[in-house]
Design a protein around this ligand. Structure first.
Ligand code: DGY
Length: 331
């Protein structure tokens, strides 16, 4: 008798993706809004061959330790800062993730935040709803900063960073970037200029963050970096909250070292009600919705399901974050 593999899905996802998994495995889906606690997660994976996670689940050494049968971890996200990928590799477990399918949607939100912060859309919307729009028009009210023909500085030229650059090109912006890896082929194709970090911070009117969260990028933007930016500059973060030192950012926005910020991610998440950022008019915050379009989330769910199913069958994953795992296995 063929025994079907067991999988645990840590949150409700699109039905189509669940249907695909259902064809290949016995599946349990965590029904609650709140994520399973680490202890429950450990219990759930104790006999599971597959695990489908998202950014709220901690897949650490302890969890992997308690999952002796695990053949695949499939993360419903491009970011993997909640997953011990190296630990999974050591155990021969491939880790799936969902790059590509969410880059455009996330850049859309990045650009929406950029525009909103520059032209004070969030702030003015609150003002209108507060009943303060009592004078139809005043020549000196609600002045913001221009977007078109300004300089957009991209930090991290991965897929999302590149999509952000393409949107900037549509606004006739000069695009400068700083990235771990220089990309001459993209520079030629999209008219990008590679610069060092101090140059980017000094010259950009918009600084947009697209780096993964790692020990090296924790507080990548702090007081010294904010001090190097123009007083008219806008900071955009659609990457991970802890890439920016939040306390330093509050000070910078309050004291006018920079003009404004647009954040889709905060540190911590959700942002606490008493966070000083929430008292500032010149910051616009969305609740980590970069990839939250119907089409993108659908594509993410399907890709995560395909990765999971491939891993269960011992096939290479469509998108694997640790392809070296296959070499380790072969040896
Ligand atoms: C990601 O993919 O890493 C996002 O933060 C969640 O969609």
């Amino acid at each position: 008798m063929n025994v079907r593999p067991r999988v645990f899905v840590t949150r409700e996802i699109m039905q189509e993706a669940l249907d695909l998994i259902d064809q290949h495995a016995d599946m349990e889906v965590w029904p609650d809004e709140e994520p399973p606690s680490p202890q429950i997660l450990r219990e759930k994976v104790a006999n599971a061959e597959g695990l489908l996670t998202n950014i709220m689940d901690r897949v650490d050494a302890q969890l992997l330790e308690s999952a002796p049968r695990l053949k695949v971890v499939s993360q419903l996200a491009v970011g993997l800062d909640n997953v011990d990928v190296a630990g999974a590799t050591r155990r021969g477990i491939p880790v799936g993730y969902t790059p590509g399918v969410l880059a455009k949607a996330t850049a859309d939100v990045g650009f929406a935040l950029l525009m909103s912060a520059a032209r004070r859309i969030g702030e003015s919307d609150r003002w209108v709803r507060d009943g303060q729009w009592t004078l139809a028009f005043h020549p000196m009210r609600w002045l913001g900063v221009d977007i078109h023909e300004k300089t957009l500085g991209i930090i991290g030229l991965g897929q999302i960073g590149l999509e952000m650059a393409r949107r900037g090109r549509g606004f006739d912006m000069r695009i400068i970037y700083h990235s771990r890896t220089r990309r001459p082929e993209l520079e030629a194709e999209y008219g990008l200029e590679y610069v060092d970090l101090p140059t980017l911070l000094a010259e950009a009117d918009f600084v947009s963050l697209h780096v993964p969260l790692t020990p090296e990028t924790h507080h990548y933007i702090g007081t010294p970096e904010l001090r190097q930016m123009k007083s008219t500059a806008v900071l955009i973060n659609v990457a991970r909250g802890p890439v920016v030192d939040s306390a330093a950012l509050s000070t910078a926005l309050k004291e006018g070292w920079i003009y404004a910020a647009g954040l889709d991610v905060t540190d911590p998440e959700p942002i606490p009600a008493d966070d000083p950022l929430l008292t500032l008019p010149n910051v616009v915050i969305s609740p980590h919705v970069g990839s939250a379009s119907l089409v993108s989330r659908g594509a993410m769910c399907m890709l995560a399901a395909r990765n999971l199913v491939a891993g269960l069958a011992g096939r290479p994953l469509d998108r694997c974050a640790n392809p070296e795992v296959y070499e380790t296995r072969a040896n």
